[in-house]
Design a binder for this molecule. Structure first.
Ligand code: HAM
Length: 400
């Protein structure tokens, strides 16, 4: 038997019903905040992710599904959504038109990671990207929107916040951090590699020994320039003003290199080791890195599998009709009756001749509200027998 690849899953009901419920309601909420749907390809040139997510990140360095296509192009399956949306934005010359543009998207992402609970090689994200707004109130607004989404689904979470600085304050901080790392012995291989490629990523190290060694390390939140500090103050004060609780986490550096200023994660103790249900932040330089005009931007993505893992669906409500025949002669009338009903209701049509008991079972399994049956007697009398499976009563309606 051929099986799905490791870390990749088929989704059938009831998971799919949860997926639809999630997409429907999250779409409704983000549209209220002015986001409109955008879609970009799943396959992109590898260079796009190298230039945006960053060559030093684990995602690009270790986890990409990268290959050469039949035309000799170096391509890869998208490991995340932001890079493709920014490319699409620049390609459509939206950076030249200017103004504020807000987009949402959802779909599969691919990372060749070691699969574990909540971590897959193919997973789905629901993301939002807002272009053109440099005001930090937009950062607060996005966090409030994510909160509204997660609250709608009734999940538990904590908001973690940090500022990752900008090209003014990050380079001097990086130098200071590298001096500290050079003067401290005992860091793991990964941290030594990060010291050379992207030093602030050491704060993301999961090794407890490295975390202990980092206790006296300088932290970016106390080295921010005036502009970054003042923007971050606006974000936190705005969240305070609407009573949104958050934790400042100076170790929050995110696994993608394009961020500057506000960065955040929504983490939940109801998930396992992979506890981030959503993450995002500002990326004011990315449009420029991808050859667009300077355009401030901020966004986030929710990990759909992780969110769905935390929600329970209500028992599916009974809806529509199930049509079944008790004899071969009834099939024709049943078919036309079912199609008339289809003009106004959901209809499941069973084509086989079966016993009443079998049809009632089928209607129940299909979560139909009504089971509509035609047999010899009904044909003779020009009626269809209908049982309301919710109210448990029955009636005869004329065939038409
Ligand atoms: P990210 O933090 O890499 O950010 O991913 C966002 C969310 O996707 C995570 O919080 C997690 O819930 C989910 N996720 C990530 N990897 C996996 C995996 N292997 N299996 C299951 N779920 C996973 C981004 O991707 C950014 N593009 C977010 C963003 C948008 N920033 C700005 N705009």
């Amino acid at each position: 038997m051929i099986k799905a690849l490791k870390g990749m899953k088929d989704t059938l009901d009831p998971q799919n019903r949860k997926f639809e419920y999630f997409i429907e309601n999250t779409t409704r909420i983000v549209k209220k905040y002015g986001y409109s749907f955008i879609e970009s390809p799943i396959l992109e040139e590898t260079i796009l992710f190298k230039r945006s997510v960053g060559e030093s990140s684990d995602i690009v360095g270790k986890e990409m599904y990268q290959f050469t296509d039949k035309g000799g192009n170096d391509v890869c399956l998208r490991p995340e959504g932001t890079a493709g949306i920014v490319r699409a934005f620049v390609e459509a010359k939206m950076d030249r038109i200017g103004g504020i543009n807000r987009y949402f998207y959802y779909g599969p992402m691919f990372r060749y990671e070691r699969p574990q609970k909540g971590r897959f090689r193919q997973f789905h994200q629901f993301g939002c990207e807002s272009f053109g707004e440099s005001n930090p109130l937009e950062d607060a607004n996005i966090i409030i929107m994510i909160k509204e989404i997660l609250d709608f689904f009734g999940v538990n979470y904590t908001i973690e916040l940090n500022s990752l600085g900008c090209p003014t304050c990050l380079p001097p901080f990086r130098e200071k951090l590298v001096s500290f790392l050079n003067a401290t012995e005992g860091f793991c291989e990964d941290c030594l590699r990060r010291r050379e490629t992207n030093p602030i990523r050491v704060f993301d190290c999961k090794n407890p020994n490295c975390q202990t060694l980092l206790t006296p390390a300088p932290r970016l939140n106390s080295e921010l320039c005036q502009a970054c500090k003042s923007d971050f103050d606006i974000v936190t004060k705005t969240l305070d003003s609407v009573n949104i609780n958050y934790e400042l986490n100076p170790n929050l550096v995110r696994g993608l290199d394009y961020y500057s200023k506000t960065a955040f994660e929504f983490v939940s103790s109801d998930l396992g080791a992979q506890n981030a249900v959503a993450g995002g932040g500002r990326y004011d330089k990315l449009v420029e890195y991808l050859d667009g005009r300077p355009t401030p931007a901020i966004g986030f993505a929710i990990g759909i599998e992780r969110l769905l893992d935390m929600i329970e669906l209500q028992e599916e409500k009974r809806e529509g009709y199930y049509f079944g025949a008790l004899c071969g002669e009834a099939k024709e009338s049943l078919f036309s009756q079912a199609h008339k009903q289809l003009q106004s209701d959901k209809v499941i049509h069973n084509y086989d001749v079966k016993s009443l008991k079998a049809h009632l079972k089928g209607a129940d399994k299909a979560h139909a509200r009504y089971c509509a049956i035609i047999g010899e007697d009904e044909l003779k009398n020009g009626v269809v027998w209908i049982k309301d499976l919710r109210e448990k009563n029955e009636e005869l309606r004329p065939l038409h």
